[in-house]
Design a protein around this ligand. Structure first.
Ligand code: COA
Ligand code: AMP
Length: 635
């Protein structure tokens, strides 16, 4: 039996001994009573009874065991033209001090803290400081607008918000403080304090307005802070909440526990990513996304690696050689990013001329995830780099990969279009709509037989019922991934796309349902549909199809620009909502269901069969004409 098969089989047939063995890599104040508690099925708990601290495992443990002077974090910021390195000892000092500052503001075990930060070291310091105190952090991505932040404030009810004066998007400054003020104005829950880090490099360009004694300056509170020690928490206590898009405007608060998470991430660094303690691992993502949580912050540090926090893009900061520079300058062994970032490089440097300028000899692997890796991008990256290019599939909910080519166990042949095989711990199945398993090669919905492995979501924040309803009750005994796809005869998994209204724009997960909710509040809109249409750079882009109310005499161009502005203001620029078509009516079934899937096929220039339940087939021609007018299908 191959090494992969052996490990995979053991993880499914005897998950308790498999994960108990993996748990040896983690420091526990108290060992578990049981590895897996299934007494409240379908809700499972990993390592109940155990106590530990995630920050201790990520920092203190390494300082005590010989890594004190090894670089833990490299902040590489082409947008501010600086690089800053922190050894494990230095990072521990900063984290302990900020934890002390938070503690002096009344933050303690179980309290929630929202972190709304750009890609600066203080974001990582804040995250780890919360973990140190046993406080639950919830990082909100900076590209979300105040309204989105307000929704998260009301759900997480933070005692404190930690933020910074602003972000630098290539060369554009984006002020964060006014967005926080606006969000707090909109939210019902009011946080006790806001700690603002004033970025020195933009201090003279961005004056932070401290409103009242709610707002505190990061540097000032540190002056009187005393370092705080790690607080022992239960393995099953929440480490963080990360909100992600569902099908409605109410995002889902994915909960991550402490113990299972630490075990799974440490295991993944060795077995999936094949990096060793001391090596340099770079996830070119943002701390606001799950990739940033797992593989900028926690995974590499739990494993004693050097991690990189990169404040820049794959192109434009300053050129398409940016990634190669970082890899060669810092000796990166493995890079993890989204296919979009590579499509952007390919567009600007199709022959890969920039790779020739840098020494990439230490670079071993490229890992891609966050959206479907199209075979074209795979082949381009593979030919350019001549290194393994590894597609792996996962979700905010799982926190680490579901399928991958587990190169640390055994390198398997690649099939472009497939993210290879299930990672040990994940019993992946493809089901039909009735919940019956389909034969290999047949497309269906992808589900994972329960229990999920450690590190995956135990529930949604304060919403066990929603968790069960959305994920566990769809097919009894399975976790429903909301992705469709198939498994081929060799056991390779092909993930083809979401079966719900979630789309993936530049590797960012967004809800078209939420955009529809915003668009439909416009006074001139009678009804609307937002679909995700294929885009050669960003994978998908939202397209709005809107029907105006009878008698509206405003110019449709004005209405379009209003709608674009509304989505930008309500959800944020990250939604990339820029394409709107005004139509006379939307295609519907006789029972009134909007045929979004058919419209998406028209927008993508795909063949479609006329839905048998369509109310009036003539409407599809009207949709095609309207989409053609705004450039769809795109070339
Ligand atoms: N704060 C405020 N605004 C932000 C932001 C932030 N943290 N991040 C992005 N935005 C803004 C951008 O400035 C842009 O605004 P604009 O419409 O005014 O131009 C908008 O949100 C859309 O951003 P994005 O989709 O990222 O487009 P881009 O043109 O700036 O960059 C890529 C294109 C392909 C380089 C970039 O999307 C990319 O690298 N994607 C990879 C994503 C990734 O790593 N995903 C994580 C999973 S691994
Ligand atoms: P997020 O929760 O933001 O990580 O987005 C998760 C969604 O992104 C999944 O449900 C998939 O639809 C998509 N996704 C992530 N990785 C892949 C991949 N490697 N291949 C195909 N789709 C992916």
């Amino acid at each position: 039996m191959s090494r992969y098969n052996e490990k995979f089989k053991k993880s499914i047939s005897d998950p308790e001994s498999f994960w108990a063995e993996a748990a040896d890599k983690i420091h526990w104040y108290k060992k578990w009573d049981k590895v897996l508690d299934d007494s409240a099925e379908p809700l499972y708990k990993w390592f109940p009874g155990a106590e530990m601290n995630t920050c201790y495992n990520a920092l203190d443990r390494h300082v005590e065991n010989g890594r004190a002077d090894q670089t833990a974090l490299i902040y590489d910021s082409p947008v501010t033209k600086q690089t800053q390195k922190f050894t494990y000892k230095e990072l521990l000092k900063e984290v302990s001090l900020f934890a002390g500052a938070l503690s002096s503001l009344g933050v303690s075990k179980g309290d929630t803290v929202i972190i709304y930060m750009p890609m600066i070291p203080q974001a990582v310091i804040s995250i780890l400081a919360c973990a140190r105190l046993g406080a639950v952090h919830s990082v909100v991505f900076g590209g979300f607008a105040p309204h989105e932040l307000a929704i998260r404030i009301d759900d997480a009810k933070p005692k404190v918000i930690v933020s910074a004066s602003g972000a630098i998007e290539i060369s554009r400054l984006i002020e964060y403080k006014p967005m926080i003020d606006k969000a707090i104005e909109l939210s019902k829950h009011k946080p006790g304090k806001c700690v603002i880090y004033q970025r020195p490099e933009i201090k003279d360009k961005m004056k932070v307005n401290f409103i009242n004694d709610r707002d505190l300056d990061w540097d000032e509170i540190l002056l009187s802070a005393k370092p705080a020690d790690c607080v022992s928490v239960k393995a099953t206590d929440p480490l963080y909440i990360l909100y992600t898009s569902g099908t409605t405007g109410i995002p889902k608060g994915v909960v991550r526990d402490n113990g299972g998470h630490a075990v799974a991430l440490a295991w993944s660094m060795e077995n999936i990513y094949d990096v060793k303690p001391g090596e340099v691992f770079w996830a070119a993502s943002d701390v606001g996304w799950v990739v940033g949580h797992s593989y900028i912050v926690y995974g590499p540090l739990l494993h004693g690696c050097t991690t990189i926090l990169y404040e820049g893009k794959s192109v434009g900061t300053p050129d398409p050689g940016a990634f190669w520079r970082v890899i060669s300058e810092h000796g990166v062994k493995a890079l993890f990013t989204a296919p979009t970032a590579f499509r952007a490089i390919k567009k600007e440097d199709p022959d890969g001329a920039y790779t020739k300028k840098y020494d990439l000899s230490n670079f071993r692997y490229l890992f891609l995830a966050g959206e479907r890796l199209d075979p074209d991008t795979y082949n381009w990256a593979k030919n350019l780099l001549n290194k393994p290019v590894i597609d792996h599939w996962w979700q905010t909910e799982t926190g680490w990969p579901i399928t991958a080519n587990c190169i640390g166990i055994e390198q398997m042949p690649v099939k472009p279009g497939s993210s290879t095989k299930p990672v040990p711990g994940y019993d992946v199945r493809v089901l039909d709509t009735e919940g019956k398993e389909v034969p290999n090669g047949t497309e269906g919905v992808i589900a994972i037989k329960l229990p999920l492995p450690p590190g995956t979501l135990p529930t949604l924040w304060n919403a066990d019922d929603r968790f069960i309803k959305s994920y566990l009750n769809v097919f009894k005994g399975y976790y429903f991934t909301s992705d469709g796809g198939f498994i081929d005869k060799d056991g390779y998994v092909f993930v083809m796309g979401r079966v719900d209204d979630v789309i993936n724009v530049a590797g960012h997960r967004l809800s078209t349902g939420e955009m529809e909710e915003v668009v439909s509040t416009h006074p001139h809109i009678a009804e609307c549909a937002v679909i995700g249409a294929a885009d050669s750079l960003k994978g998908q882009l939202p397209v709005g199809l809107v029907v105006l109310k009878l008698g509206v005499d405003a110019a449709s161009e004005t209405i379009k620009s209003d709608l674009i502005k509304m989505v930008r203001e309500e959800i944020g620029p990250i939604a990339c909502f820029k394409n709107v078509a005004v139509v006379n009516r939307l295609p519907k079934t006789r029972s009134g269901k909007i045929l979004r899937g058919t419209m998406r096929k028209i927008a993508d220039g795909e063949e479609y069969t006329m839905p048998s339940t369509i109310d009036d087939p003539a409407v599809l021609k009207e949709i095609e004409t309207a989409l053609n007018e705004i450039g769809y299908p795109s070339a």
